[in-house]
Design a protein. Sequence first.
Length: 143
Amino acid sequence: MEFGDQMSKHNLIFCDSEVYAKDWIFCFEFLDGRRISIKNDAEKLKKFVRENTDNIFVGYNFRQYDQWILKGICCGINPKFINDKIIFNDVKGWTLLRDYYPPKILFFDAMTEFIGLKKLEGHMGVSIVETTIPFTINRKLSE
């Protein structure tokens, strides 16, 4: 079997997550342009992960952040708890899930060195529009 043949069974899924006090969302995009968003539905997210165990999830800072949010939700852990431990307490995500059995996820982290995604996008000339919703908002998000 050639290396290329082995890789062809894996599809790339580009993903990102956002976590707020009362809401979370995962956005996924496939190479064929399909987009899937899963908001506040842990069962739907678990099903999506189970259906894509042979695919490779690609994200920026996925290794340190998004994978632990994704795995934590699949294990029934509040993603805001995981978010705050990682962001505000500098806790490594794996320590929060060591007593659980998170799903196996193949992933590629597009971050090559610690530089913020917004800074990288700015260097690339991408127009950056930051959300006006503060991440500290302590209520459900509205439309």
